[in-house]
Design a protein around this ligand. Structure first.
Ligand code: ADP
Ligand code: MG
Ligand code: ZN
Length: 480
């Protein structure tokens, strides 16, 4: 029997607000344990939560950017469970009437084909604290709880079970990641847990319209692990069914070392949490005006920007996609174009030399030592024939290291391109004399030797010869 995998993702997006969702404590990462706490986030009886408006604004932005409708009157609910990192005994979340509903993302699957993935809901909630074990807790065999993270704002983005492969799941996840980082509402750091994902996986016979029983895989913290975890889980379920077993609804943990998932606990049901509206928080009313204002404040989103790069700047689809990988990269590109360079050329340099240098040095585009204006100056030197494309790479490396303007580097190092045919002819004559054998071969019809001569001239001129003038002169002289 052939099986169809079905996947739905629940993504937790930690919001970049300065303060927590229901109190004024700082959200800065890495502070001393329990130094960023107050009666509200410590869960003291009688302390009252007050909703952070910024969280609502971020949630609306996320919803509008994923085609959701914004719920005019949404409700906070208590999700009751016990764990030592949750002193209140409940998490404030949303259950019925979450802030955003019925959205979607169109993901790119093969080639240009788009597939629409439904977004069931996006709701706001608070994070729990963190348990620390061993030395970090203050005693080698002890455990402690750090409540700095308690009450940190999260959005949970729940997809419909519309994904059909691990690749689709990763594509969807990357697109969502791109949107929330683009909006500046999340730093997107998966390792630190600012963007984390639970994957729900089931399989059903191909052609069936009844979904199979799902397992939920918890907190998979990189795109690579998401793919691995889903693939392992699909195969595990197929093997189980083929052996006559049945999949049970449960929560499983992914182990990155073995690449396997293992059972953690049987899956809880909604009613286990005894959800009920939080009596300490009034319903959140969001006016049409508020939504309209948020909509008008949205930045141009990656998809729209890609389209504009293609339509207005004439970029190929591939370039437009790469250059909109992040908002900072797209801004860099546009600043280069605004400084007067040809869009395709700026794009090529960003995708080539700049990306390579950023990767080699572990630098982000925000910290790129070569500014877009400097890159544009470099490209002007190439366009106007002052330096060759090849020398430009040497100049670029020097710009990267020293931060100097390209003109200065070209002058200091004497890198001006030699286009003067007199000077080049002298070089060519010498090379032809020294390589009379190859000249004969060329004249005898072995045209491949042409490349050898070009190489020799470039070498003799230390890369400074103007390649098109060299080509012209060589063609002429080699004819004899
Ligand atoms: P819970 O909190 O119980 O996990 P949610 O409604 O928050 O429930 O999330 C359920 C997730 O599981 C959604 O992303 C949904 O698309 C997905 N899902 C539901 N049924 C299936 C299924 N049969 N196979 C795969 N994924 C599923
Ligand atoms: Mg869940
Ligand atoms: Zn607090």
């Amino acid at each position: 029997m052939k099986y169809q995998p079905v996947i739905g993702l629940e993504v937790h997006v930690q919001l970049l607000t300065d303060t927590k969702i229901f109190c004024g404590c700082s959200t800065t990462f890495g502070a001393n344990p329990n130094s960023q706490t107050c009666p509200v986030c410590l869960g003291m009886p009688g302390a009252l939560p007050v909703l952070n408006k910024k969280v609502v604004e971020f949630a609306i932005k996320a919803g509008l950017s994923t085609n959701c409708s914004i719920t005019p009157r949404s409700i906070f609910a208590r999700k009751n469970y016990f764990y030592p990192d949750l002193p209140k005994g409940y998490q404030i979340s949303q259950f019925e009437d979450p802030i955003c509903q019925h959205g979607w993302l169109d993901i790119k699957i093969t080639g240009d084909e788009l597939k629409r993935i439904g977004i069931t809901r996006i709701h706001m909630e608070e994070d729990a604290g963190k348990l620390v074990h061993g030395e970090l807790s203050g005693s080698s065999d002890g455990s402690g709880v750090d409540l700095n993270r308690a009450c940190t704002p999260l959005l949970e983005v729940v997809s419909e079970p519309d994904l059909r492969s691990s690749d689709e799941a990763v594509t969807y996840l990357k697109q969502l990641h791109q949107i929330v980082t683009w909006l500046g509402i999340c730093d997107g750091n998966m390792e630190e847990g600012s963007f984390r994902c639970d994957a729900n996986v089931s399989v059903m016979p191909v052609g069936s319209d009844t979904l199979g029983t799902r397992a939920e895989i918890k907190n998979v913290n990189s795109f690579k692990f998401v793919k691995q975890a889903i693939e392992y889980e699909i195969q595990r379920q197929i093997d189980l069914i083929e052996d006559g077993g049945t999949v049970v609804q449960e929560t499983r943990l992914f182990d990155p070392n073995s690449g396997k998932t293992r059972s953690m606990r049987s899956k809880e049901e909604d009613h286990d949490y005894r959800y009920f509206p939080d009596p300490d928080l009034v319903p959140l009313v969001i006016s049409d005006d508020w939504v309209a204002r948020s909509r008008s404040e949205l930045p141009e989103l990656p998809e729209q920007r890609q389209q504009r790069f293609m339509n207005e700047l004439g970029l190929p689809a591939y370039d437009a996609e790469v250059l909109t990988a992040s908002r900072a990269l797209a801004d860099y590109f546009e600043a280069g174009v605004a400084a007067g360079s040809n869009a395709k050329a700026v794009g090529n340099w960003i995708m080539g030399e700049i990306t390579r240098s950023l990767n080699d040095s572990g630098t982000s585009i925000e910290e790129c030592p070569v500014t877009p204006a400097q890159l544009a100056e470099l490209l002007k030197l190439i366009d106007s024939g002052v330096i060759s494309g090849k020398i430009a790479k040497t100049v670029f490396d020097e710009m990267w290291k020293s931060g100097k303007a390209p003109q200065i580097i070209v002058e200091e190092q004497g890198l001006v391109q030699v286009s003067d045919s007199g000077a080049l002819e002298t070089i060519i004559n010498e090379i032809m004399t020294a390589n009379a054998g190859q000249v004969e071969e060329y004249r005898g019809g072995k045209e491949k030797v042409f490349g050898f001569f070009v190489g020799q001239v470039m070498k003799a001129s230390k890369g400074k010869a103007n390649p098109s003038v060299v080509n012209e002169l060589l063609l002429d002289k080699l004819k004899g």
